[in-house]
Design a binder for this molecule. Structure first.
Ligand code: PMP
Length: 423
């Protein structure tokens, strides 16, 4: 039966068989909750293919993807150059021997060092953002000999025990407490609060340059620079979580570049694998890395930085540079935000604000129920979106950076129709 999933042209009966088995097995073997609690979409829609900024379900229904896998599809679905690279790798090598040196790991680390701001130049690879954040906490503890971390209100850093300890969202933390000790929450975007919490016990301060799951919250001018200064004054490492904001999403390679700030460590994930292969990374400078030579295996893992993963990232970087994808994200983001602001103007009683940077955009509703209703209605009009994890009143608009202007205008037209129907 599973071979049907590889078949190109399915008959109506075969489609129905796949739908029936998928929904049955989600309930029996994954979690029936996935079928019950989908907020934005029809819980029985089955993904089948994707191309560019379009996601297609098993019936051939085409969605404009404004969710982008929560930021994974910077180059859209199945970027041809990324697929070509990984196919070539697979004809020669599978994953990683764990013993010989990997030329792919070396080449990607070199490229990241060239792209990243400041003096960051070392990299360790993992498969997910949370894992890389966990590694960064360990690196900070090693480098400073301290064991406390400051984290921001409304932050999201992942769901492993370490990353969750830095994530300040009550509903996803509470069932798992006590979490890892030593994580101190301070108010986001408040330098006085940070200064008050700083001490010579702090190993690192972790923050997103723009809070993604917190509701697409931009920092005030001067905030990130202020964090940098406080870290320097107290000997703590500045750790920027660029898992969602990195790799072009905001119209710069890394989000913090908008504010001219250079961190000691930066974590990357999501888009890094070109939308084809999971790969994440912790990237840092000498200050962060200096103890790791003693035992380079302190923060390694089995799958991170396999040949196919690194090849995808390398191909993605090349295409993004060749096509000016990052610059395009800045221009398209400006257009998208402008059109959305015009669209919400007659519906001010529903909307608290439209904000964004590059193609990381949030539309905040006054009432959470309206955000949920509009996201669902957008789905019925063939646009994929979802609310942000920590702030369900905000619908995120996070399409592939290669989305066309025509597609942007279509999304805004359908969004406008949803607002009219919400009135
Ligand atoms: N950090 C940030 C800023 C994120 O947005 C996310 C995922 N939404 C993560 C970390 C966790 O990444 P992953 O799901 O790959 O563990």
């Amino acid at each position: 039966m599973w071979k049907l999933l590889l078949k190109q042209d399915l008959t109506a009966e075969e489609k129905q068989a796949i739908i029936d088995r998928t929904t049955e097995y989600y309930g029996k073997h994954l979690n029936p909750g996935f079928l019950k609690y989908k907020k934005s979409s029809d819980s029985k829609a089955i993904e089948w293919s994707g191309t560019g900024a379009t996601m297609v379900d098993i019936h051939g229904r085409r969605f404009i993807d404004c969710l982008g896998g929560y930021g994974v599809y910077v180059l859209g679905h199945r970027a041809p150059e990324v697929i070509a690279a990984v196919e070539k790798v697979y004809r020669r090598i599978g994953m990683y021997s764990q013993e010989l040196l990997s030329p792919f790991q070396a080449e990607l680390a070199h490229q990241l060092a060239k792209l990243s701001p400041g003096d960051m130049k070392y990299t360790y690879y993992h498969s997910g953002g949370a894992e890389s954040n966990d590694a960064a906490f360990k690196i900070a503890r090693l480098a400073t000999g301290r064991h406390k971390h400051i984290t921001m209100s409304n932050s999201f850093h992942g769901k492993t025990m370490g990353a969750l300890s830095a994530t300040n969202r009550e509903s996803i933390r509470k069932p798992f407490e006590p979490l890892v000790p030593g994580f101190i929450e301070v108010q986001w975007d408040d330098l006085e609060a940070l200064e008050a919490a700083m001490s010579d016990e702090i190993a690192s301060v972790i923050l997103e340059p723009v809070q993604g799951e917190g509701g697409i919250n931009l920092p005030s001018d001067g905030y990130l620079k202020g964090v940098r200064e406080l870290c320097d004054r107290h000997g703590a490492l500045m750790h920027l979580d660029e898992v969602q904001t990195g790799f072009g999403r905001t119209g710069r390679w890394f989000g913090a570049q908008h504010w001219g700030v250079e961190a000691d460590m930066m974590t990357l994930g999501k888009a890094l694998g070109g939308g084809i292969y999971p790969i994440s990374a912790v990237h840092g400078n000498e200050r962060a890395w200096h103890r790791l030579e003693e035992n380079p295996w302190w923060v390694t893992n089995t799958f991170g930085g396999s040949a196919p993963a690194c090849a995808c990232a390398l191909a993605a970087i090349e295409v993004m540079q060749r096509d000016g994808v990052v610059e395009q994200a800045a221009a398209k983001g400006e257009l998208f935000v402008r059109l959305l602001r015009e669209a919400v103007e007659p519906h001010k009683h529903l909307i608290a604000g439209v904000r964004g940077i590059g193609l990381l955009i949030g539309v905040e509703f006054i009432r959470q129920e309206d955000a949920v209703a509009v996201a669902k209605n957008l789905f019925s009009k063939d646009v994929l979106t979802a609310h942000t994890i920590n702030n369900p009143a905000v619908i995120r608009i996070e399409p592939p950076l290669i989305i066309s202007e025509d597609e942007i205008r279509q999304v805004v037209a359908r969004f406008t129709a949803c607002l009219e129907e919400c009135d």
